[in-house]
Design a protein around this ligand. Sequence first.
Ligand code: TEU
Ligand code: CA
Length: 534
Amino acid sequence: MPEKKIWWKHGVVYQIYPRSFYDSNGDGIGDIPGIISKLDYIAGLGVDAIWLSPVNMSPMFDFGYDVSDYREIDPIFGKTEDYSTLIKECHKRDLKIIMDLVFNHSSHLHPWFIESRSSRNNPKSDWYIWRDGKKGKYPNNWMGEFGGRAWEWDEVREQYYLHLFLKEQPDLNWRNNELRQAVYEEFRYWLDAGVDGFRLDVINFFVKDKEFRNNPFAIGRYPRPHDMQKHIYNRNQPELHDILHDIRSILDGYDSRMMVGETFADDMNPAMPASYMGDGSDELHLAFDFSTMFLQWDAKKFFNSINSWINAVPNNGWPCHVFSNHDQPRSMTRFGKRNESESRGKVLAVLLLTLKGTPFLYYGEELGMANRHIPKKHIHDPVGLKYWPIPVGRDGERTPMQWTPGINAGFTAGEPWLPLNNNYTKVNVQTELKDEKSFLNFYKSLIKLRKRNDILAFGSWEPVNKGEDDILSYRRIYNNRELLVILNFSSKLKKKIPVDITNRKVLFSTHRTADSIVGTDENYIYPYEATVLM
Ligand code: TEU
Ligand code: CA
C-alpha cells in the first residue's frame, strides 16, 4: 500500500506578499482579485498551497502585521466576499489556502486595545500587557524590535503597555484566559470559513516572563539596542506549550488543517522551533527554522544547518524548509556573486525541492527574482524608516512580482507602491515561460519531479557528502528504492567525487540530459552542477 499524501507534508507551499503580487484596479497595490486572476499561473507551477501574508483590516503601520479586525478584509486588498471567492477558486484548482494570523500583538486600533487602554478596570483591561511604573522609568530593559523601548506610556491608564514591535502593535496578554478564548474564536471563524491552514506570526513570542525580568546583555547581529540583548525573558516561555495544545485540538476537530509557526530565534538553534512541534502530533504541524537564511555560501554550513534541523524534528513530526521570505533579502541576492548568482540559485532550487520536508517558496523565487536597492525616499518598511542604512529594511525583498517585460512588469496599470527591480525586462513570467532554459521552467520541472516521485515525498534523508570539498550530496530512500542528489557549491570541476555515479540514470540535472545514463567517462561533477540520479 503506498503511503497517503498529506498536502502540508508532501506538497509545496507558495508564499504571496499580497501588496506586491498583482494589482487588479490600478491603485498600485496588489489585491485579492489580482491574486484570483493569477491562480491558474500558480496552479500551473504545480504547487499545492498558497500562503498569503496578512490581508485583514489594518492601519498598515507594519503592512498588515498590525491587525485591527481579524475577520474583515482590508479594503485595500478587496472586499470580504473577495476572500471567500479566493477560498473557493483555490479549492476548485486543488490548491489549499493558508492564512497568516498575527496574534502576538494586534493593532493599537483594534477595539480590544481601545477598550483595554480606556481604564484600569474595564473588562478587557488585562487583555494586553500593562505595567505600573513612573513615566520615564520603564518597567524593565526590554527593547522593541523596530526601535526604542518595548514599553509605551499611556496617559489615560498612567501605565506602560508592552510592544515587542512598533508602539502601534501592542502585545496581547496570553496569560489572560478570556483573551485566549477570544482568540480561539477567531481561529474557529476562519476554519469554518474553509481556510486550510494558518501561518502563525512570531508564535514563540506569545508568552512573556511572569516576573518581567531584565534581559541580559549580548552581542547582536546588528548594532541596534534591541540586538544587544539576549531575548530570554520576552520569548519562549514554557506556558506556550499549553496554548499550542489548545490550538492543535481546535484544528484537529476539522479535516486536514495545518498550522506552521514562525519561530524566530537569534541563535539559530533548531531545538527551539522543534520544541514547539511537541511529540510531533500535539503542537505545531510545522515550524520554521531560519538558520539557512543567515548562512554564507558554503556547502558545509548548509549541510550542518539542514542536517541539524532534520534531526531536531521530533520522530512523528515533519521538517519544512525556507530560503526566502518577506523579512530577509532574497536568496538570489544573499548568494549573488557577480554572474554566478543564477547558477547558485539553481543549486539552491534543487536542494530545496529534493530535501526531506515541505518546501516553502516565496513569490518570484521561481523566476530568479532578486532584491532591488530601494532609495531612502521610497522606503516604506518601518524597519528601514527607523534604521536605514543598517539594516536597510525589508522593502527590497517585497518589490512587485514581475509578470511581463512591459511597463511596470505588468504588475499594475498605475504607479507601483514600490519601485520594480530593473531586471524585469528579462526576469519575468511571460519571457521565461517561452524560454525552455529559464529559471521558471527549471523550477516547474523540479516541482513536477517532486510530485511524480514518491521517494522525494516520503523518503528518508541519508547524507553522503557533508559539504567537504564543496560537495553536498545525499540519498533519499523509500521502500528500498533510492535517489541520489549531488550538489556542487563551487565553480570548479570536481574529478574526485564522493560516490561513483557511472551507470546511474539522470532524473534531473543542470548539466546532463534527463533520462540519459552516466557513462564511465563522465564520473565527475561540473561547476555548480545539481543533479538527481536514480
Ligand atoms: O517577523 C518576526 C521577526 O522577528 C522579524 O520581524 C525579523 O526580526 C525582522 O524582519 C528582521 O528585520 C514577523 C513578520 O514576518 C514580520 O513581517 C512582522 O513585521 C513581524 O513579525 C511583526 O508582526
Ligand atoms: Ca489594487
